[in-house]
Design a protein around this ligand. Structure first.
Ligand code: TRP
Ligand code: ZN
Length: 515
């Protein structure tokens, strides 16, 4: 959820919201949990609600023997917070996303080519698809049976396949842009006057693409996006080609580093892509800015380089080939750590560089290490994203003279809500506990183990789980190995408890016995 500050600005970034000094009204305007089917009755085994085989709009027929008829058989990724998301049967290796965007109709016709490996013996696979209207599915060039049941797309493989088998399916679908409201808590695709934008955390990607929507299943990606001539279509990765087609211009993007679905960006509009060379460490810097705002980008080029160097010195090498900021006409108060190209709104990145911009920019950049390179293995582990990015933001704010971390952590400790804990399973995914609470707890950990060990531990964390996802328990293990100390006491007190201490540990506080 979002924190709403006076003036009605949604605020996901701690320092920008002035939480430390200013009162913040916490409002449940956005609860992703509400949108999921916690209270659904268990799936009933029946014949498919939708026809299978040759498309969605044909009359229901008796399923053929190979029809995927039993939604209850499909296994989810087992996420406590989003029980229906993901599938544990498949490991997707690569997605090819082909999209044709019609601006006049606000529709997208798409084909998703999904290739991967079976993790369980099965004769069907399940993708998440809560919005895409699937019209055909092929495997090996031939049509296969499918059914859309609730938010799942079940695809028949035609025979029982062994664990470790490769699979490949091609899904044709269409989706309409513009039936959603970010301010009502929706995620996914949103229209703008000149095109569209998207934000997909935590479960938005499957509202417009049929895919395995869970951060435990990362894949490489290729995007081929056709948009009307005159518009720019942007996705994650490197722009490898543009070519004119009948429908407009096709923009090909290659995301060769593994990426979780929730980190997809898709932007269509009158954008300029700005190549800003490379960082001192060799990271390609490519920004995207609305052409009408192109001057405003200049304010953020140098500071991005400085933040990159600062975070590399603390957290280790930047984890990807490229980075950029996208200055978009999304909505005010919103920023998102979309992989390799963070999403901002022109309301905040307006050409000025004050506290708010410093906070937003540093927070989303830090997420590239914490969230993108290392993703949460379950959505209850969200503090591994938001607490870490918020702490990094505090470190940067201290660096540029906006207040020292010790005082910020102390102020937060006395101001944080008493309810909504534990940090390892916060009541709200995107609330004060996971952001400021998580950052405060990281500061407590730093005071406990000492600066050198703390930052070495963070570097080990990123190095160990790069391109992967991990849990809070795994973070504890990395910190224990880095410090040579048993941290059960610390984690029980600060991370797993329903309330946290009212005092920060003294610097260099004694820690438990060696494990
Ligand atoms: N991860 C974003 C950030 O703090 C915030 C966020 C979470 C978000 N879920 C969202 C933003 C949904 C927009 C939509 O940087
Ligand atoms: Zn964040």
């Amino acid at each position: 959820m979002a924190r709403r500050v006076a003036g009605g600005v949604l605020c996901f970034v701690a320092s920008a919201c002035g939480f430390v000094n200013d009162p913040v009204v916490v409002e449940s305007s956005r609860t992703p949990e509400d949108s999921v089917a916690f209270d659904l009755p268990p799936p009933v085994e029946t014949t498919p609600a939708e026809p299978s085989g040759s498309g969605n709009d044909e009359p229901t027929e008796a399923p053929s023997p190979t029809s995927p008829t039993s939604p209850s058989r499909s296994t989810s990724a087992g996420d406590q917070r989003f029980p229906e998301l993901g599938s544990a049967d498949i490991d997707v290796v690569h997605y090819l996303v082909k999209l044709a965007y019609r601006h006049d109709q606000r529709t997208i016709d798409g084909t998703l080519v999904v290739t991967g490996t079976l993790l369980n013996q099965t004769d069907q696979i399940a993708l998440d698809a809560d919005g895409p209207y699937v019209t055909a599915v092929r495997s090996g060039g031939a049509s296969v049976d499918f059914v859309q049941a609730g938010r799942e797309l079940l695809i028949a493989l035609g025979e029982v396949k062994a664990v470790g088998s490769a699979f490949g399916v091609e899904v044709d679908f269409s989706v309409t842009v513009g039936e959603k409201s970010f301010f009502q808590g929706d995620v996914g695709l949103f229209p703008t006057p000149g095109g569209l934008w998207s934000v997909n955390e935590p479960d938005g990607a499957s509202t417009w693409l049929p895919l395995n929507d869970h951060p435990t299943d990362k894949a490489t990606w290729a995007f081929e996006i056709t948009a009307p001539k005159g518009l720019t279509a942007i996705a994650n990765g490197e722009l490898s080609a543009t070519h004119e087609t009948l429908g407009g211009v096709t923009w090909s993007w290659q995301q060769t580093e593994p990426m979780a679905p929730y980190l997809i960006t898709l932007l269509v509009g009158d954008y300029e892509l700005v190549d800003d060379g490379t960082s001192a460490s060799g990271v390609d810097l490519v920004h995207a800015v609305l052409r009408s705002r192109s001057k405003t980008l200049d304010a953020y080029r140098d500071v991005t380089r400085q933040q990159l160097a600062f975070f590399e010195s603390l957290f280790g090498a930047y984890p990807f080939d490229r980075y950029g900021v996208a200055i978009t006409d999304s909505v005010p108060g919103l920023a998102m750590e979309t992989q390799g190209l963070s999403l901002f709104s022109s309301d905040e990145l307006d050409g000025s560089l004050g506290r708010l911009q410093q906070a937003f920019l540093s927070h989303e950049l830090a997420h590239q290490w914490f969230g993108d390179a290392v993703s949460p293995a379950t959505w209850n582990d969200i503090w591994l994203n938001e607490g870490f990015a918020t702490y990094a933001e505090w470190l940067w704010m201290e660096e540029v003279g906006f207040g020292d971390v010790q005082h910020v952590a102390e102020a937060n400790l006395s101001g944080l809500p008493a309810t909504g804990w534990p940090l390892a399973k916060p009541e709200e995914m995107f609330g004060l506990i996971s952001y400021n609470g998580g950052a405060t707890v990281l500061h407590a950990l730093r005071l406990t183990v000492g600066d050198d060990t703390f930052f070495a531990g963070l570097r080990n964390w990123v190095a160990t789980y790069l391109d992967d996802s991990a849990t809070t328990a795994e973070f504890q293990v990395v910190m224990e190995e880095s410090s040579g100390t048993d941290l059960d006491g610390f984690f029980d007190t600060w991370v797993y408890a329903d309330s946290i201490p009212s005092q920060l540990p003294k610097s260099g506080a004694a820690v438990g016995s060696a494990p």
